[in-house]
Structure formats: structure tokens, C-alpha cells
Ligand binder design. Sequence first.
Ligand code: FE2
Length: 352
Amino acid sequence: MAARPGHVKVMTEAMMREAVALVIRSGSISAAARELGLSRQSVQHRLDAAERAGLAKPRTQSNPSRWRPGAEIVAARKAEFARVRGAGPQATGNIIHRPDDGPFMLIMLGDEHLDSPGTSLELWERWIGFLNRAKHITGWSLGDCLDNWVKALGHLYGASETPAAEGWILLEHYMEQIGEDLDGSVAGNHDKWGGGDLVLGGIMEKYGVIHRADSLRVTYRCPNGREITVNARHSWPGRSMWNEVHGIKRAARMGIRDTILVGGHTHVSGESTERDPMTGKISFCYQVASFKLVDDYADTLGFLDRHISPAVALVIDPRRADNDPELVKHFYDPEPAADYLAFLRRKAKAVA
Ligand SMILES: [Fe+2]
């Protein structure tokens, strides 16, 4: 039926644009039709007209965005958070499975500074010579493996025979010897300069050593379920002129109730125990010095020499309870420590 002249509705450009915009915004012709109070056919009619008039084409076009769309960012961020939380210091997933329930020994190696002119590699080699996983003697690296001088401190390579590249070669050289006998590693401030920690982490990973940039908490789990926890940082916050182990002891007193708390960084030695007043559990705290025996920086600043040993050997007897002060015994010479361990392990067999 022909429409009467007075009722002919003229299709304006505005109507066509409105239909196109609504379909794009709402995602469907039906939704656009509902919003306009029209039938689907009417909206389709406007779209067809817009197409013929060249109004359905986008006004502009551009290269694809370099940025991800919102939903993709949200999904990636959620996955990232789960990964970061799972790897973080509060996570409890770092476990070393002990092959038996008997005593074992951990050598906590203080700041290595292997390439430093003031470091004694003879002393270093003596200590690492006792590492032997088959004999239940394994080690931890407490950071500052290399001097790794960067930026304004780079001039200090001028007072060292070992260039930066040879420092890494030196580290690899020793890691080939001891990598399989190391359990844990934390980066030091020197390691972290210039991103060196990422390289160090890669080297440690190659040998199956658990490495973290800052804090590392590991559980040694015996087959009978007994657990000994070790909590290491290169540097623990808190200093006292009266107590070399102050920062570590403070952490224990404030609630870090691990069996062993250990740190490096200050190049001084100290040890202490902290008893949990409620449970009686004892935390054994160790501040470990350095293999860098001659320290120009300490001399410049006038630090008093409180270096007792570059490392500490801890003999742990997991058959003893958490409130037993003999649970962990420390030695500043690896030889009697290894003898004591062998004695305890013989005794363990005799008892069994
Ligand atoms: Fe250091």
C-alpha cells in the first residue's frame, strides 16, 4: 500500500548514524532496536541505508594498539599476583627432603667477595672442601659473591687485579666444584647492583640451588616428618653497637620462630639464641662475617674488627626437640664440626 504523502518518514543522516552507533555500542541489532523502541527490521533498514550512504564505515583507522585490552590485562595481573605470592617470603613451599632422620651439617658461607683483593681464597677453599652431600654436609651462600662494582664504584676495579668478567669466571669455577653441595643462596647488595643478581640466580638454578634475591626460608623435612627451618637474609634490619647479631635476634624475638636464622652483610661475627616464651622453642641466630679479610671500606670508616670466622658450621640433630639447646651446635672450624657430625651419625646407627 502506498504511503500517504503526509506520512512519509524521511531517513535522515542522523537516524542512520544513531543506528550504527547503537549497534556498535550494544553489540547487536536486537539490543539497538529495543533501545530505540523500533523493530529489528527498522533498525536493519537504517543500517542498510547507512551502508549505502557510506556511513557504516569507521571514520578513522589505525595500527593495532601496542597495549592489551582490559580483560587480558586483568587475567595477566591475576596470574602474576598468584605467581609472585607463591614465590614470596611468606610462602612455605621451599622444602629440602632429608634422606634420613639423622644429624646433618650446614656450612653457612659468609660474604664471599671472591674477586676482591682482600679475600683469602685459601680460607674459602678450606671451608668449601668440607662440603659433601654424601656425608650430609651442605652449604648456603649468604650473598656478595663478587664485588660487582658498578657506576661510581667502578673505579675500585682500578685497585683490583680481577676485572668484572673474570669475577664471573671465578664464581663459575667454584660453582662447578660446590654447586651440587649447596642448598640455598641469597643475593647480597653487591650481587644486586646492575642486575647481577639475575645472573647469580641463573647460575644457582643450574645446580639446583634454591636462590632468592632477598630472603629465603627453607624447610628441611626428614622422612619421619620432623622439620627444621632455616631463614636466611643477606642483611637483617637493625644494628646495635653492643651486639653484632642484634638484627637477627630482634627478628627472632619479634616472632620469626625458625630453627635457624642467619645473615651476612656486616662482615662481623656473632651468635645468639632466642627462646619463645610461650612454647619454649629455641631459635638459633648467626651473624656470619666474610672471606674478605682485608676490608679497605671498614678501615676508611674506622669499623672495629669483629670478624671471628668467615663461615659457621652448624651441626643439627633433628632427633632433639625444638626446645633442646643442643638441637643446633655451631663451630668456627669445619674440621671438628665434621668430626662431631660423624660421631653423632655413628651414634645414631649404634642406637638404631
Ligand atoms: Fe659484603
